[in-house]
Design a protein around this ligand. Structure first.
Ligand code: C2E
Ligand code: CA
Ligand code: CA
Ligand code: CA
Length: 280
């Protein structure tokens, strides 16, 4: 049943439909979505080829819109960044993920994932007090900081000094820091000198062509050298085939993430993931 909003009835037109999918429209509906619990967090495994275990999971937000169905974060995260709601949404995602991770620790122990990796947007990171928000979420859930990683993009860090301060505060708490989509930004290598990072997430664009001895393979190989040389871990993103996994493994990658090992789901089956790794 349609909600009674007191607004005039709108008749469908191509123009209206186009407007309805705009950032502004999504942004306006996001407030209600937050208040009525339309967001979900799903988790995608990051596997360790050496141990055959799920080293971590990445938390990814989903919007189950009552009329539009599933709306992609590619559409609504930028809108939420624009209207500022990403701060509240991001804190909800953080708290939900940290609580879920605490449950897995309690239920599965070392048979479960070792970490949850949560995406943090530029707007969150650049707002003073972000590290305190993280500390409070950890304290409330009882999860030790070493089981949490913050995934930040190069652009978010590049934006300002506050972001760098926040990263140092997170590091001091014991939270891991991963540079997301590594290699696609403006100053990837330069950032590694100033920012406390422990993990590089090597972008899917370098994984796609890894089996074809071309430029992407050379770059993926170089990024592994950088990561090893600096004592960082590297996660290869978007691994879709066993061939890509084998090619990455041959180049020293041991942490892999992608549809080949598991899609993002509400409650991943960690045993199933382990079986896929064992088959490699
Ligand atoms: P990202 O952080 O780079 O996340 C990885 C994206 O790649 C996810 O898309 C994931 O579902 C997808 N993916 C994983 N494995 C594969 C694969 O093998 N093949 C392909 N084609 N795709 C794969 P998703 O969940 O749609 O998220 C898209 C982007 O939206 C994320 O990119 C991130 O930038 C943003 N996002 C998602 N969740 C959050 C969140 O909780 N907070 C914030 N701030 N941003 C988020
Ligand atoms: Ca990410
Ligand atoms: Ca990524
Ligand atoms: Ca990406």
């Amino acid at each position: 049943a349609a909600k009674q909003t007191g607004e005039p009835v709108r008749v469908w037109s191509p123009e209206l439909d186009e407007h309805a999918s705009s950032h502004a429209q999504l942004g306006a509906e996001m407030r209600t979505a937050l208040d009525t619990g339309q967001f979900r967090v799903v988790y995608q495994p990051i596997v360790d080829l050496e141990t055959g275990s799920v080293a971590a999971v990445e938390a990814l937000v989903r919007w189950e819109h009552p009329e539009r169905g599933l709306v992609s974060p590619v559409q609504f995260v930028p809108a939420a960044e624009q209207n500022g709601l990403i701060v509240e949404l991001g804190e909800w995602i953080l708290r939900t993920s940290v609580e879920q991770m605490a449950r897995w620790r309690a239920e599965l122990g070392d048979a479960g994932p070792g970490r949850v990796s949560v995406n943090v947007s530029a707007r969150q990171l650049n707002r003073p007090g972000f590290a305190a928000t993280v500390a409070a979420a950890l304290a409330d859930s009882g999860l030790p900081a070493r089981h949490l990683t913050a995934e930040v993009t190069e652009t978010a860090v590049f934006e300002g000094g506050q972001a760098v301060i926040a990263l140092h505060e997170l590091r001091a708490l014991g939270v891991g820091i991963a540079l997301d989509d590594f290699g696609t930004g403006h100053s990837s290598l330069g950032l590694l000198q100033t920012v406390p990072v422990d993990t590089l997430k090597v972008d899917k664009s370098f994984v796609d062509g890894i089996t074809e001895a071309g430029r992407q393979a050379v770059i993926a190989e170089s990024l592994m050298h950088v990561s090893t040389g600096l004592g960082l871990s590297a996660v290869a993103e978007g691994v879709e085939t066993a061939e890509q996994a084998a090619a990455l493994r041959a180049r020293g990658y041991r942490l892999l993430q992608g549809y080949h090992f598991g899609r993002p789901v509400a409650d991943p089956d960690f045993d199933l993931v382990r079986t896929t790794v064992d088959l490699l």
